[in-house]
Ligand binder design. Structure first.
Ligand SMILES: C[S@@+](CC[C@H](N)C(=O)[O-])C[C@H]1O[C@@H](n2cnc3c(N)ncnc32)[C@H](O)[C@@H]1O
Length: 262
């Protein structure tokens, strides 16, 4: 039976693997929880309910637009000591651990949020024409625009293959380099058109949107998602008290959700 906080009337964001996360983290009142990927606060609401008004809750996210969600969360859970740390969890978890902070439960729910996908101006979605961006942290130096316009053909093909498992990685990379020789890429729609034209006609149908793998690959590369995870895991473990729990959710090689996320 789902707790009240999971019902759509209580929150418009139902987090993935909600019950599994609650069971894995087994949060008890009075404990310290670190949600390193706060997003819209769906998992946070569940874990805060398990704290039952006693304990500490540290929220981390590199996306500053998450802040209003955290402010609402902190208001709703006034009994808890809450804190929002904006930044890359790879850095922030390391700083917390080095500063001697300790936690009983740490959650990493990897990837991009539906909230980010649903904002066309962020450029994560192949479904809407928008500026080619894809940065979770809008102040980061490199966006998808730089990557698509500056990386050489081999590097692009390797990103598409490695992070997108794209069969036509080489053809798509070649088409991108040819197209940008005439005009640089500025918008997601231009990239989608180039991808569609680069792959054989039969492959454009039947396996979801033809641009989904390239968009996933670019997003992972732009946000250095695997590098962040690699640095974050040892820090997350260091942060845990004896008996502490760490849960990591990853959907990276699954294309189950139309719209191109996770
Ligand atoms: C899948 S969503 C999390 C959703 C959240 N669990 C919820 O229930 O609303 C991932 C979130 O983590 C953030 N994120 C991804 N990688 C990050 C990183 N390296 N450092 C900090 N935040 C990150 C994204 O900005 C996004 O808001």
């Amino acid at each position: 039976m789902l707790p009240n906080v999971l019902l759509p009337s209580a929150t418009d964001h139902v987090p993935v693997l909600a019950e599994e996360v609650r069971q894995a983290l087994a949060v008890q009142p009075g404990e310290t929880v670190v949600d390193a990927t706060f997003g819209a606060g769906g998992h946070a609401a569940l874990l805060a309910a398990d704290l039952d008004g006693r304990g500490r809750f540290v929220a981390i996210d590199r996306d500053p637009t998450v802040r209003p969600f955290f402010d609402g969360f902190a208001r709703r859970h006034g009994g808890l000591q809450t804190r929002f740390l904006r930044g890359d969890f790879a850095t922030v978890l390391g700083q917390l651990a080095r500063n001697g902070a300790r936690a009983d439960a740490v959650l990493l729910d990897l990837g991009v949020s539906s909230m980010q996908i649903d904002r066309p101006e962020r450029g994560f979605s192949y479904a809407v024409d928008a500026p080619l961006d894809m940065r979770m942290d809008p102040t980061a130096d490199v966006s998808a625009r730089e990557l698509v316009n500056d990386a050489d053909e081999q590097e692009l093909a390797s990103v598409f293959r490695r992070y997108g498992e794209e069969r036509f990685a080489r053809q798509i990379a070649r088409a991108i380099v040819r197209r940008r020789g005439e005009r640089s890429f500025e918008r997601t729609g231009e990239l989608v058109d180039t991808i569609k034209a680069a792959i054989p006609a039969p492959a454009r149908f039947g396996d979801g949107h033809p641009a989904k793998r390239v968009f996933q690959a670019l997003r992972i590369a732009v946000n250095d998602e695997l590098g962040a995870l690699e640095s974050a895991l040892p820090s997350a473990l260091e942060l845990l008290r004896p008996g502490g729990r760490l849960a990591v959710i990853s959907f990276h090689s699954c294309f189950g959700r139309e719209g191109g996320w996770r």
